[in-house]
Design a protein around this ligand. Structure first.
Ligand SMILES: CC(C)=CCNc1ncnc2c1ncn2[C@@H]1O[C@H](COP(=O)(O)O)[C@@H](O)[C@H]1O
Length: 188
């Protein structure tokens, strides 16, 4: 599976790098392909290193203004003209999206894929990996939106929240299985 990962470009401590490494190892060992921003910095590098070391493939979708920071050992590197084109390509080249701990860039990417999903413009699973409760505040806000009528569909139809890497892959496998079931077949 091609899995798009949004995550921090910053250098972070062990509490964030350890779960990111665990996630990367599961991705690589599962024979998946990492589709990500293509840079060799912060958590983006931690995950790309981990995927590479455990046998996964790397597809980097970078952008002209960050060309000099692009990783050199990717299996495929695409350089887009601008950030909007990059976001569109990150989504179109992937079958699932996973959001790890990140800052404004990650939040921008995550809200865009959720907004597109809300409008039915894609049906790819979106998983929020809530490492160390990092997204507790965002989840609280999303639940308030749901409870007070701001969302046109249940929050669970929009995003799946996972506590660790194993829970991310369990959800992705379940989603892939239900996608292949003929219409009308009861779910697991
Ligand atoms: C100076 C330097 C090493 C720049 C590298 N910087 C970046 N390289 C590639 N993608 C990025 C970069 N900064 C933000 N992004 C995009 O935004 C997210 C990270 O932003 P943030 O750190 O969460 O806010 C990533 O998922 C990535 O797709």
């Amino acid at each position: 599976m091609h899995i798009c990962v949004f995550l921090s470009a910053a250098d972070l401590g062990e509490r964030y790098t350890r779960p990111a490494r665990e996630f990367a190892e599961l991705l690589g060992k599962g024979g998946h392909t990492l589709v990500w921003g293509g840079s060799d910095s912060g958590l983006m590098k931690v995950v790309a290193d981990g995927v590479r070391a455990s046998g996964g493939r790397l597809v980097g979708i970078s952008v002209e203004l960050l060309r000099e920071h692009a990783r050199e050992d990717t299996d495929e590197l695409v350089i887009t003209e601008n950030l909007a084109e990059r976001k569109a390509l990150l989504l179109s080249r992937s079958e699932a999206i996973v959001v790890l701990a990140g800052g404004l860039g990650t939040l921008d990417e995550a809200t865009e894929v959720l907004e597109l999903r809300k409008h039915g413009l894609h049906r790819k699973p979106v998983v929020l990996l809530n490492t160390e409760g990092f997204y507790d505040g965002l989840i609280l806000q999303l639940r308030r939106m749901e409870d007070e009528g701001f969302l046109p569909l249940p929050l669970t139809d929009l995003v799946h929240i996972a506590a660790d890497g194993a829970a991310v892959f369990a959800h992705l496998e379940e989603s892939a299985a239900s996608d292949h079931r003929p219409p009308g077949t009861p779910g697991p």
